[in-house]
Design a protein around this ligand. Structure first.
Ligand code: GDP
Length: 297
């Protein structure tokens, strides 16, 4: 289960405060040392942990005693609020163009879940926004990717523009956008290539696609199982491409929390969706407050 270790650790830490009438400064400092350890063990970025713990500690030390809450409830409330803030405070909707089509470009490392997430997004747009999306198959390096997207297209009854794997992805995107214009598709979802790690050639190709397509949304797809590495990679893509948002995948697995808690702070870009399974309907809008509640259990 996602965040299991972190949730258990935090609950244990806060349980030591239960029944205390008033918290001493030493109680708070001790608890925050434990919270710090729990976050680091969950693979949250070091600088993020440092500033988070500092903020919570200062707020807890300075907090007025409230009659309605026990001291331990009050500390938990502050942690809850600060976790929510850390993950972006509020849900951020998908960008939408003033004129059709809205163009969404999917980017990320190979295996992160780009192609699957492209499918999930199309499903979401069809069902929730009554949209008529078109896919463009721009991942020409992983031979199975084009076929995978076509299969998804068939399942969802969403058209796929592809030219196989022999053509330049920039040309494919150019031609695909023409088809979207002709067919008056209101959304275009461009699947792009990934690599096992960031490399110059990939970034150059993605930059060329971006310059051609002027996407309204560049979504970095991040595998939450990779912890704070996901935040580092996201920052790398952001530097090159100025991403507009993040989709965090595989939150149905036993991810520890490092990606979810680091990525917003490290990149400054909002997490817009979370993937919670392999099926095409297993995508949810990301709500920071709900995620904080889930972490605190
Ligand atoms: P790409 O290389 O980035 O296009 O990655 P794919 O879309 O092919 O996904 C890689 C693997 O991750 C596939 O087996 C997907 O089924 C799986 N996957 C993608 N998103 C999720 C998710 O949210 N949860 C789980 N459990 N698996 C996922």
């Amino acid at each position: 289960m996602a965040f299991e270790g972190l949730s258990e650790r935090l609950q244990k830490v806060f349980s030591t405060l239960k029944g205390k009438g008033k918290l001493s400064d030493e109680d708070i400092r001790k608890v925050m040392r434990e919270v710090r350890m729990a976050l680091l063990e969950a693979d949250v970025n070091f600088d993020v942990v440092k500033s988070f713990v500092k903020t919570v500690r200062e707020r807890a030390l300075g907090a007025e005693v409230m009659d309605s809450l026990t001291p331990s409830q009050q500390v938990i409330k502050i942690v809850d609020e600060e976790l929510t803030k850390l993950m972006g405070q509020e849900a951020v909707p998908l960008n939408k163009s003033a004129h059709i089509p809205t163009i969404i470009m999917m980017v990320g490392l190979q295996g992160a879940g780009k192609t699957t997430t492209a499918g999930k997004l199309a499903n979401y747009l069809k069902n929730d926004k009554k949209a008529r999306p078109l896919f463009i198959a721009g991942d020409v390096y992983r031979p199975a990717a084009v076929e995978q997207l076509k299969t998804i297209g068939q399942q969802l009854d969403v058209p796929v523009y592809d030219e196989g794997t022999e053509h330049d992805p920039v040309d494919i995107v150019r031609n695909g956008l023409k088809v979207a214009d002709e067919n008056k598709n209101d959304y275009v979802i461009i699947d792009t290539a990934g690599r096992l790690e960031i490399d110059e050639q990939l970034m150059e190709e993605l930059t060329r696609i971006k310059e051609l397509a002027h996407p309204d949304e560049i979504l970095f797809v991040a595998d939450s199982m990779t912890g704070q590495v996901a935040a580092k990679v996201a920052a790398g893509f952001d530097e090159q491409l100025d991403i507009t948002g993040v989709v965090l995948t595989k939150l149905d697995g036993d991810t520890r929390g490092g990606a979810a808690l680091s990525i917003r702070s490290v990149t400054g870009k909002p997490i817009k969706f979370i993937g919670q399974g392999e099926k095409l309907d297993q995508l949810d809008v990301f709500h920071p407050d709900r995620m904080a509640n889930r972490i605190l259990g």
